[in-house]
Design a protein around this ligand. Structure first.
Ligand code: ADP
Ligand code: MG
Length: 382
């Protein structure tokens, strides 16, 4: 039996919440349904259960569905009994059984979650899992607590859910590397996010502190704030706006573009300071579509501040007073990508140093870009 107790922690008395409620819109961000993570079952799983779960994970390196005999061989339980364990894991929805071609198993996201959580708990990174605090496009975010009561954020990447259809449409590519599956992609996304967060923090960008990473799971500091999309009112919208646009420009100066920089991925706290989150899709300024990504990030911010906070921009002022735009702007008040002096190479160097290579990036790009005819995402959730 596991010695660590997993508890449902909410509401922890020591948790501080920002005192902004009157300024906050009570909207749920309905990107997709959250996945239930019932950590209770973790308490009841035995060593053998984890041994077999790990055996299935290992088998998935080169099998989409791992044949039962192979699971048995990898797990090599002392007194046999793999099949009984498999049944138990199936009952807890940690595995999915598939007998369409042969009798075999694959991990579900829940199974993968448990493996990552157990590893991180064993490492002493945290001791308990609390409530879910975010549902992203391709992730679930939970609070986790350390022994001393410190709360951290745990992001579980769910890349397969949206993008696996694109992966499947690249079947030719898959033929050569069968391990190009949701498990592998989610792990890469987590590794990339962790590496970026670390690198960005080292360069004094306002990002959560990257604490640890295992499989598809990233542990980071908890941001005490709200996503900008939920903020109804700001004391100084113009200052917040300038800060955010300043961040887009400074990122480019460091050779990077966020590429999903919008009101969902910017957190605002009590003091109206800004934290940016969500980095798996970041690209280098050398990327062939860099200019487009940069302009799109900028445009999202302009649009949002105009609509939500009624900010008036230079484009509108120019129409009134006929003044000339600055040389480093696009003539419509937007920062101009080509005028920014960029330190390209930052990305590759920094990431290679943290174990995320150019090849990993290429793998993600190849899998995520491209067609999206078939949706295997929902199948992965079974
Ligand atoms: P996705 O990549 O799926 O969009 P995000 O990283 O944007 O996931 O996270 C989704 C939501 O979870 C965010 O909008 C935010 O509300 C919450 N969240 C993410 N990271 C943190 C964090 N470190 N602290 C507090 N909340 C967070
Ligand atoms: Mg996001």
């Amino acid at each position: 039996m596991l010695t660590v107790q997993f508890e449902y922690l909410w509401p922890p008395s020591f948790m501080h919440k920002p005192t902004l409620p009157w300024k906050i819109l009570n909207v749920r961000i309905p990107e997709r349904a959250a996945m239930k993570l019932d950590v209770d079952a973790l308490r009841y799983l035995s060593k053998d259960d984890f041994r077999v779960l790990t055996a299935v994970e290992m088998g998935m390196r080169n099998h989409e569905i791992v044949p039962s005999e192979l699971v048995d061989r990898i797990a090599s339980l002392k007194h046999g009994g793999t099949y009984k364990v498999l049944k138990n894991l199936l009952k807890h929805k940690l595995l999915h059984h598939d007998s369409s071609k042969y009798d075999g198993y694959r991990l579900t996201y829940l199974g993968y979650d448990f493996l990552a959580i157990k590893t991180l708990v064993n490492r002493g990174v945290f001791a308990a899992v609390g409530r879910q605090i975010g549902v992203g496009k391709e992730s679930d975010i939970f609070e986790v607590a350390k022994e001393d009561g410190t709360i951290l954020a745990m992001k579980l990447h769910r890349l397969g859910r949206v993008s696996f259809r694109a992966v499947k449409s690249k079947r030719d590519y898959l033929k050569h590397r069968t391990s190009y599956n949701w498990l592998y992609l989610s792990r890469l996304a987590a590794l990339k996010e962790f590496a970026f967060m670390k690198a960005l923090e080292e360069h004094s960008f306002p990002v959560p502190t990257a604490v640890d990473c295992n499989r598809h799971c990233v542990i980071m500091s908890l941001v005490q704030g709200y996503p900008l999309v939920q903020v109804k009112q700001l004391q100084n919208p113009d200052i917040v706006f300038e800060t955010i646009i300043g961040l887009v420009v400074r990122l480019a100066e460091h050779g990077l573009i966020h590429s999903d920089f919008n009101e969902f991925n910017i957190m605002i706290d009590d003091d109206e300071s800004v934290t940016m989150i969500d980095f798996p899709q970041m690209v280098s300024v050398d990327h062939r579509n860099a200019q487009m990504y940069f302009d799109r990030d900028v445009e999202c911010i302009f649009k949002f501040f105009k609509k939500r906070f009624n900010l008036i921009f230079e484009e509108q002022l120019d129409e009134v007073d006929g003044t000339e735009a600055d040389a480093d702007e696009n003539g419509n008040g937007r920062p101009c990508f080509s005028s920014i002096s960029k330190a390209a190479g930052f990305l590759d160097k920094k990431l290679a140093a943290s174990g995320f290579t150019k090849k990993d990036q290429d793998d993600i790009d190849k899998c995520i870009e491209g067609g999206a005819e078939e949706d295997l995402g929902s199948e992965m959730m079974k």
